[in-house]
Design a protein around this ligand. Sequence first.
Ligand SMILES: N[C@H](CCC[C@H](N)C(=O)O)C(=O)O
Length: 321
Amino acid sequence: MYDFVKYQALGNDYLVIDPQRIDLLGLPSTAQAARLLCDRHFGVGADGILLGPVGAVRDGEPVVLHAFNSDGSVCGRSANGLRIFALYLSQYHQGARDVLIRTLAGDTAVRIEDLDEGIARVEMGRPTFEAADIPAQDLPGPVVTRPLDVAGRQLQVTCLNNGNPHTVVPLPEVSAALAHELGPLIAGHPAFPERTNVQFMRVLDRETVEIEIWERGAGYALASGSSACAAASAAHALGLVDHAVRVRMPGGVFETTIDAQGAVTLSGASEQVAAGFLAPRLRAHLGLPAVPDAPATGTPAPHTDTSRPTARASAARGTAA
Ligand SMILES: N[C@H](CCC[C@H](N)C(=O)O)C(=O)O
């Protein structure tokens, strides 16, 4: 069993860690350990960690997943994380094509549509725009087109919660520079007591939006599943798009659908990019016990896992375009 398996979905990367191998929740500081593992200079590097399955996997019962952002904070529900975790289950745990995953934000159904291409669909349900549920304060709910002062600029924002909080800022032009400039100010704005993910959105036509993302707890992101869903939901609530919305991000394109009740699904590819072991010194630094099959000096350990992954998303960038 590996210490971690790394996946990416349009450039949004996650480490999947089996708690039986690395008991992150049992460490004195889970947040600190998650932060170090996600650190791109001193650790392995990722936008977040998917820790699961937590507890036994039983037929007919949801599989429990805990997720962390790269700053060590807890991530309620990650749409890419769920799709990646479903793929991981099918590659390493003989998971079914349809799986129900239990997150802190509730149970979510994921279907693997094409294992070879790594394509999975996640049912994100109906978001809430109510201020109390986002949570957002001093923005009377529903928070649709409300003014928000950000560093002397008055922006019109639409906020929602689809498992985690999002603030969508429709603008005539969006850019990575703008996301870096305003993203952290909105994510940490006092109006959002639990912080917020931020999407700067340009609506291109009734089926297409373009977003730049600043993720709560992870910063600038090339793509994000729940952000794509949030942008589609906000554009739909504003009457700017119809029921099938293509969301373009720097990392590529996701397809979303919104049903008559407002429930959102997202489909797209993800792929495994690496699997490996932590060096013994890093394990020790994290407070983890040594394991017999980890490579001691950087020499790869013999591969003992027979369930070799088969799925690869071909040309993940722009696959769903
Ligand atoms: N990348 C994730 C979203 C992470 C959300 C996280 N930043 C939080 O709000 O805790 C996704 O694909 O949905």
